[in-house]
Design a protein around this ligand. Structure first.
Ligand code: G6D
Length: 331
């Protein structure tokens, strides 16, 4: 395990932690936001980072930057009034990615071993505005067979919500190209209809029509071309994951020899193609612009907050919850 100073926030030092496996795959995370900073694989021409990464901490200090960060208590958008107690709003009347003081804005304690980075944090209700004080652990594991596992664990003292995810953006190009030359497969046949504020209505739409069918590996450039007549001009959609076994992937993204395959038991995956990105974000050698990255966010469908048909995101005292997402890399 290696560490590197990575700036400061509110007078506190931010540190980058790097694990390397036997094949030379390297995982780097920050204590701030329990952020996934880099995933580097060895290639014929040297190491290649598959994530969008800002070169300095400035790129992570803004609470509205979510790249690589751990998102919680609740990923995605829910109405701040969709729970018996009001939730902290940060986008009109919605709570996006855990509200203004979500997991992504916090400094986490770290315990590191050769294979794991364990980020832990006690978060009070007064701190993030959700009911209940919670104990949270986010564990990144880099295995010998080129998997990264992210395990999310939580306990609470009062009923609350827990639906965390990771918000890494992928770009498998060595150069400055966008993800338009990538192929995407999703284990999904339906997606959630949303209101104009992007909070789901609870209705499902069929993926078969209008550029949403990724049930087989699909060219993202061609798919994005079909989206140019929409207001979003790209994907920012909550896909319902089809029933599947633990060994069946929920998503696979490839470009040439490089690939990332995601496994999750949860029933939704948000796909966001950075449709309106401009130069307000700095991704180093990758120029920030539309489609410079793709976020694949495994989660329980946000509709579950108000509709038990779509799952259960409640966290109850005495009933700790555990969620996991696994990524496998080919290079
Ligand atoms: C998520 O779906 C959302 C987007 O709408 C948002 O802009 C982004 O996070 C920051 O992927």
């Amino acid at each position: 395990m290696e560490t590197q100073a990575f700036g400061t926030i509110h007078g506190q030092a931010v540190t980058a932690y790097t694990l390397t496996n036997q094949h030379g795959v390297r995982l780097t995370c920050l204590d701030y936001g329990a952020t996934w900073l880099k995933l580097e694989v060895p290639t014929a021409v040297g190491r290649q980072n598959l994530l969008l990464t800002s070169p300095s901490f400035d790129g992570y200090a803004d609470p509205r930057s979510y790249h690589g960060k751990t998102i919680g208590r609740v990923a995605g958008r829910i109405g701040a009034d969709q729970y018996p107690q009001p939730l902290p709003a940060n986008e009109g009347t919605s709570t996006l990615h855990g509200g203004p003081h979500g997991f992504s804005t916090l400094m986490w304690a770290v315990q590191a071993t050769a294979e794991q980075l364990v980020f832990s944090r006690y978060i009070t209700s007064a701190e993030d505005g959700f009911p209940g004080d919670i104990d949270v652990k986010v564990t990144y594991t880099l295995t010998a067979n080129d998997d990264v596992l992210i395990d999310f664990d939580a306990n609470t003292d009062q009923p609350t919500l827990f639906n965390p995810t990771n918000h890494a953006y992928w770009n498998l190009n060595a150069g400055d190209e966008t993800i338009q030359n990538h192929q995407l497969m999703l284990n999904s046949h339906q997606r959630f209809a949303v209101q104009t504020n992007k909070v789901p209505t609870g209705e499902l739409l069929d993926n078969a029509h209008g550029g949403f069918d990724f049930s087989h590996p699909t060219d993202l450039g061609a798919a994005l071309a079909t989206m140019q007549t929409t207001a979003e001009k790209g994907y920012d959609d909550i896909f319902l994951v089809a029933p599947h076994t633990a060994s069946e992937p929920v998503a696979k993204l490839t470009q040439g020899k490089l690939g990332v395959t995601m496994y999750s038991r949860r029933n939704a995956l948000v796909v966001f193609t950075a449709n309106a990105f401009g130069d307000e974000l700095d991704f180093g050698e990758k120029t920030s612009r539309p489609y410079i990255g793709i976020a694949l966010e495994a989660q329980t469908a946000p509709s579950a907050v108000a509709d038990p048909r779509y799952g259960d995101i409640t966290l109850l005292p005495g009933q700790p919850r555990h969620e996991q997402v696994r990524y496998h890399f080919e290079y």
